[in-house]
Design a protein around this ligand. Structure first.
Ligand code: BGC
Length: 460
């Protein structure tokens, strides 16, 4: 393909941006009145006496002290939207009750700085760092959290109204439930039964709904979405039969992957019911749900999907394993750009709501080269392939609102600590110096040309 014959289809108002999350980048874990979160406890091994011996986010990328510099770098790289999460316990040290004004003001200042630099602030209310005080009361297993989450949402909306146009209530319920409450990989490191997992999904759905109502009461113009993740299949061949097989497999909840599918939560919110394919434990739990709960479900205004890779399937509904030697990222995730073509289409076909690519990106073995720069050709190649795949989805009629690269800067990758580097900006954790990687300049050009420069073959 050469520059002249590639015309991409990104709409004029396409939102080009990047994302990060409070625990992963802020640091300042106990500064200015912040209360502890479950991730502070998990990483400090103070949760249930477990000895996890993993890194922590005490300092992380130190965004709490480098935010002006980081926002200036975002502006210099044409970032139009920055999706970031609020640390709930920075605003409400106990999760409820007394507000820590200093913490709340900090987020307000970050929002002002973004706006002054022409960057749209997009807020995620919950990206996994629950106030520890709420976990002590049962966390997402305790229905009391529904109202508590709505009160927290109202405090944020009251402070930021008129300045923040788009909110996302929860990031990846599938990971909250599976990694946090079942596989013991993430905080709080609990292991509950499948029936209880179903209960948590339901409480998360009600919490999203209560938060959406609370925000809309305060700021009716705000858009309130949610961010989900899960297995999205792509077809081995681009035939109607293959596409149908991939669509069906993406929303089939009958196997062990049921918690890691977008529809385990989205069906509740949007259809007010579960898919017929739910497994027995979910069916048992579903039988206990009062009708009044279904009446309280709120359809999100848009669906954010975090997409990194997906499995391939053929028309006979058999998963097609990748050929050995197929490309993978530094954390060994398969590189499957096709998922960004078909995945958004399937989400839209099922729910008919605008889709935001709220995260996509790659971890590479980045380092500072002898010329003082960080060369990351793999990331450029990855992004180009995925964005061209996304362009196909848009060309075929899927309303994609925007694309947010994960992540704006290197950060604390949860239970993988600092081993994985996903950032546009390299962070030297010793000095806290930021170095924009080669891919950051490349992405800046993609943004400046609204995707047209994807037609140019990158030079490495
Ligand atoms: C999460 C991010 C995480 C990224 C890469 C997503 O699941 O929302 O917090 O860093 O994937 O693993």
């Amino acid at each position: 393909m050469n520059a002249t014959d590639c015309i991409t289809h990104f709409p004029k108002d396409f939102i080009w941006g990047a994302a990060c999350a409070s625990y992963q980048c802020e640091g300042a874990w106990n500064e200015d009145g912040k209360g502890p979160s479950i991730w502070d406890e998990f990483c400090h091994d103070t949760i249930d006496g477990k000895n996890l011996n993993i890194s922590n986010g005490d300092i992380a990328s130190d965004f709490y002290h480098h935010w002006r510099e980081d926002i200036a770098l975002m502006k210099a790289h044409n970032i139009r939207a920055y999706r970031f999460s609020v640390s709930w316990s920075r605003v409400l040290p106990d999760g409820e009750g007394k507000v820590n004004e200093q913490g709340l003001q900090w987020y307000s200042d970050v929002v002002d700085e973004l706006l002054a630099n022409g960057i749209e602030p997009m807020i995620t209310l919950y990206h996994w760092d629950l106030p520890a005080a709420l976990q002590d009361k049962g966390g997402w297993l305790n229905r009391d959290i529904i109202d508590v989450f709505a009160e927290y949402a109202a405090i944020i909306a009251e402070k930021l109204k008129g300045r923040v146009k788009r909110y996302m209530t929860l990031n990846e319920p599938a990971c909250i439930v599976q990694a946090g409450y079942s596989k013991m990989l993430h905080a709080p490191g609990w292991r509950v039964s499948d029936e209880k997992m179903a209960r948590i999904f339901h409480i998360l759905a009600l919490s999203h709904s209560a938060a959406k109502r609370a925000i809309k009461m305060i700021d009716p113009a705000a858009q309130v979405g949610i961010v989900t993740c899960g297995r999205l299949f792509w077809p081995e061949r681009d035939t109607p039969e293959n596409r149908e097989a991939a669509y069906r497999a993406s929303f089939d909840l009958s196997d062990a992957y049921w918690p890691f599918k977008h529809n385990i939560l989205l069906d509740s919110l949007i259809f007010c019911r579960y898919d017929a394919s739910i497994p027995a434990p979910v069916r048992r739990f579903a039988a206990t749900i009062p009708e009044s709960d279904w009446e309280r479900m709120e359809t999100p205004d848009f669906i954010g999907i975090n997409v990194y890779d997906g499995p391939c399937i053929n028309a006979a509904r058999e998963t097609v394993a990748p050929m050995y030697g197929s490309p993978v990222s530094a954390c060994r995730w398969p590189i499957t750009p096709e998922v960004l073509h078909y995945g958004p289409e399937y989400i839209y076909r099922r729910y008919r709501l605008p889709v935001l690519i709220s995260e996509n990106g790659i971890s590479c073995n980045d380092m500072i080269f002898d010329d003082g720069r960080v060369h990351d050709p793999q990331r450029i190649q990855y992004l180009r392939r995925y964005l061209l795949a996304l362009d196909k989805a848009i060309e075929e009629g899927t309303p994609v609102m925007g694309y947010l690269q994960w992540s704006v800067m290197d950060n604390m990758e949860w239970n993988s600590g600092y081993n994985e580097r996903f950032g546009m900006f390299f962070v030297d954790y010793q000095t806290k110096q930021r170095i924009p990687k080669d891919s950051a300049a490349w992405y800046a050009k993609v943004i400046a040309t609204n995707g047209q420069s994807l037609g140019e073959m990158p030079r490495f």
